[in-house]
Design a protein around this ligand. Sequence first.
Ligand SMILES: NC(=O)c1ccc[n+]([C@@H]2O[C@H](COP(=O)([O-])OP(=O)(O)OC[C@H]3O[C@@H](n4cnc5c(N)ncnc54)[C@H](OP(=O)(O)O)[C@@H]3O)[C@@H](O)[C@H]2O)c1
Length: 534
Amino acid sequence: MGEVADFFRDKTLFVVGSTGFLGKVLIERILWQVPQVRRIVLLMRPHSAEDQETAVRLRAERAIFSCPIFKRLHARHGERFDGFVREKVKIVAGDLSCPDLGLDSHSLQVLGSEVDFIINLAASLHFHERLDLAVRLNTLGPRHLLNFAKRFPNPTLLHVSTCYVSGRRAGSIPEQVLEPDVSAFDLMGITSNERFRTESEIEKALEVAQSVESESRTPAARSEYRHAALAHLPSTRIADGHDRAAERKRQRWVHDVLSQEGLSRARRFGWVDTYTFTKALGEQLLVKSSDGVPIIILRPSAVESSLYQPEPGWIEGYKTTTPVTYGYGKGDLPDFPSRGEGVIDIIPVDFVASALLACLTTPPEGRNPRVFQVGSGSENPIRWNELMEYTEKYFREFPLQNGSGPIVLQPMKYRSAEEFDTWVGDRRRRLRIAHSLCDQLDFWPGAARLSQKVAVRQRHFKRLEYIARLYAGYTRLVCSFETNNTRRLFRSLQRQDQLDFFFDPTAIEWPTYIRQIQLPGVRRHVMTKAGDVS
Ligand SMILES: NC(=O)c1ccc[n+]([C@@H]2O[C@H](COP(=O)([O-])OP(=O)(O)OC[C@H]3O[C@@H](n4cnc5c(N)ncnc54)[C@H](OP(=O)(O)O)[C@@H]3O)[C@@H](O)[C@H]2O)c1
């Protein structure tokens, strides 16, 4: 047995965020490679009306242990699989965005007395999340875990953040903590009239949410939503139906105002979006309030399909580069608002899980958290135009289908922001003309179906435009994430541990990874699930 596996003998790990993409891979890896752990405790939201204990147990069975990546563990344990999981895994109902994690004091005490490592993977990764929700989870969540850790003598807290907390900074991004009260613009030397303060930003976010919520509940606002609901649902006789529709409109309005507020606060201080802004605030709070608790901050770049473990190509969710590569493969996104020369920093999910387990074996000394950035860009970069070139080759070989057969692709066109605006305007205009033609053809029996199709295309196009602009923001970043700590960590491992917990990005051959692993993985695990491609 290697040193890493041996290190975890009889240790208890408390994991928050186990139902997510990275979480499942991590739990599988622990049970597969370090089954000698004493226990893994998972904090999970119940998500259903059963009693909480039953609800989280059922969620874990469905969301985690029935997942295809547990295949090799099923094969190893056969009929004993359920017993093995019951012996090793304990599930508690809770919520990271609540103080004390939503646990009563007895559960907190029992849990804290047995935990050696606290691992936080939970987050909202929506780039444009409602500001208050993102702050409660991405910023205050880690501090709730820190407060939990402070009550007990032992635990080390490992918080998974993201390399992109560096915001719009250019150049080499060090593996260092983000000092509190320092904005991304401060680090770039850009002066601003407004002083950035971590804690007052958090207060402002929660205050603005409260005032927007109150504004949406005034009698005048309520009557406006009700009128709008009546206008949309004139035939609904049941008053309840109108009330519910009015409430949905109110919630939509609150959501839109607060997600816009998130973006504008983020951009005012040099971050790209609400996700990275609130993750940065979360790191700053940890640094500010650590009080000697050993903290590790692990920052992955963009996490993609596994390269080796538990199987090549495992991926979950329509995120990271998938909306762009598959948008292109479907022929919907032939143009991209970026020059394409920027590096897209991606890293396979199994590398992140391996690095996470390896860095727990070297807990930080001293007061400052240790930071590990896990990415590929500084040692083995791949550019957007290379990613899209391999993507094009893949889809030429294995084209997606539409109603009339295989989709034929043109090479992606990289446009300036202005050119892209013109292209978008043109596409929008054509769809509008098609829509009004359908209206004029209302004497023709097929007109209604055609009009519906055009409306779907319009919605679809709006979404693609949103995706292109969103991702273009990241492609324009000209930074490189230093990975010296992570590289040193890998080199310090024994030879066998390096093989078992592999995370050296120089080993990735991009054309092979993209064409034979990443894109087929998305097709197998994401697109077919969504019933989206043949
Ligand atoms: N994926 C990437 O490309 C990427 C890149 C860099 C960094 N990261 C970081 O890596 C971590 C994991 O990312 P991921 O891709 O695995 O995300 P994910 O698939 O979206 O999973 C998020 C997890 O957070 C949990 N969660 C959300 N709200 C919660 C709450 N209030 N209390 C407890 N748990 C809650 C979710 O549980 P439910 O099932 O209950 O919703 C889910 O398990 C995140 O911290 C993210 O910032 C990810």
